[in-house]
Design a protein around this ligand. Structure first.
Ligand SMILES: *Cc1c(COP(=O)(O)O)cnc(C)c1O
Length: 365
């Protein structure tokens, strides 16, 4: 029986390999390895797609870090975010010398519970990072209203949510700063590390442009103490090829998700919940069951790769548990971590593969 991977980058590469090879060759020929015309062209098309302005950076982590720096987050400041995310969200806060304040999730969406944000705000709060986890937008309308009322910044961690929408607006175009990752397995993935920052605020945008490139204003003049977090030409050229397919790949993910949800309708697992007016892009298709560990091992024994995003909440990670968050408890986050399971989803997934996966789920739960 064929193995079904969690993500299938090989299948995607096969469908675009000649375009990708030509794009890489172009960079090798013109020698623009750092920034240069390919980066500029990709920034323009990504910004246009999202409906704002975009800057290429070295990774999603760099995007978060530079976004926080550009709005002035520094030592002693507090930044509110969720305890149920990839650790990079929280690392970026720490890299600024600021203090992460973790709040619990809404167990229906797995995103930050907007009702809990207000009580976490203190005079030191500088920003909220809303993570659009799994490809489902966080409740930005409520979060934005809270941020505006308290005059704090809203940063979107859209690393998993390219082309996800709230009321027809793409995520990354709603907060002060949007942060995207093009890690290879993301919905839009490079063939190495890459990321982008989006912002409609000219001041923030120009600051990030300088900070990513050693605080430069001109070749030899450094206005700020900056960083080396630029996007390289080869990755930008590859992304320039892939961005043309992103809408159709996203649609495929959504079709597969809708198939899963239909097939699992009368099965004792919780399927993803999408609030009205929100559009999910299914970076991950996450189900929930008390029999998670059993199901995971059954799938594995049938050569089906599944994953847990994430099994250890941030505040319980070894690097934190004894220091930063010794006392906090996030009950919904902790409960979800024991019951969630990401099953394979990628544009090239077939109905046959989905049926095989669903059958194992049915037999197990
Ligand atoms: C992938 C990811 C990041 C980090 O992106 P990198 O490109 O790997 O640095 C940040 N936040 C979330 C939610 C992610 O999924």
């Amino acid at each position: 029986m064929n193995k079904i991977p969690l993500v299938n980058l090989g299948a995607q590469y096969k469908s675009i390999c000649s375009e990708v090879q030509m794009a890489i060759q172009r960079v090798l020929d013109n020698g623009s390895f750092i920034q240069g015309p390919e980066v500029k062209a990709f920034e323009e098309s990504f910004g246009e797609l999202i409906g704002t302005n975009a800057l290429g950076v070295a990774s999603g982590t760099a995007a978060l870090f530079l976004g926080l720096k550009a709005i002035g987050v520094g030592p002693g400041d507090e930044v509110i975010t969720t305890g149920h995310t990839f650790i990079a969200t929280v690392e970026a806060i720490e890299q600024c010398g600021a203090i992460p304040i973790l709040v619990d999730i809404d167990p229906k969406t797995y995103n930050i519970n907007a009702d809990l944000i207000e009580t976490a705000i203190s005079p030191k709060t500088k920003a909220v990072i809303a993570v659009h986890l799994y490809g489902l937008p966080a409740n930005l309308f409520q979060i934005k209203e809270i941020c505006d009322r308290h005059k704090i910044h809203l940063i979107e961690d859209a690393a998993q949510a390219h082309l996800a929408k709230i009321e027809k607006k793409y995520v990354g175009s709603i907060g002060d700063v949007g942060c995207f990752s093009f890690y290879p397995g993301k919905n839009l993935g490079a063939y190495g590390d890459a990321g982008a920052v989006t912002s409609s605020e000219p001041k923030i945008f120009e600051m990030i442009r300088m900070l990513r490139d050693h605080g430069r204003t001109t070749k030899y003049e450094h206005q700020y103490w900056g960083f080396g977090e630029r996007l390289d030409g080869i990755q930008a050229a590859i992304l320039g090829v892939k961005i043309k397919h992103l809408k159709s790949w996203t649609q495929k993910r959504q079709e597969h998700a809708s198939n899963y949800t239909k097939m699992l309708k009368n099965v004792d697992v919780i399927t993803p919940f999408v609030p009205g007016g929100f559009e999910h892009v299914y970076h991950l298709y996450v189900i929930r069951t008390k029999k998670r560990d059993l199901l995971l091992s059954k799938l594995k024994s049938q050569e089906i790769e599944a994953g847990i995003h994430y099994p250890i909440p941030i505040h319980m990670q070894p690097c934190y548990i004894n220091s930063k968050f010794p006392k906090i408890s996030l009950p919904e986050t902790e409960k979800a971590a024991k019951e969630i399971l990401s099953i394979p989803i990628y544009p090239e997934l077939t109905l046959e593969e989905q049926t095989r996966i669903v059958n194992i789920i049915k037999e197990t739960v």
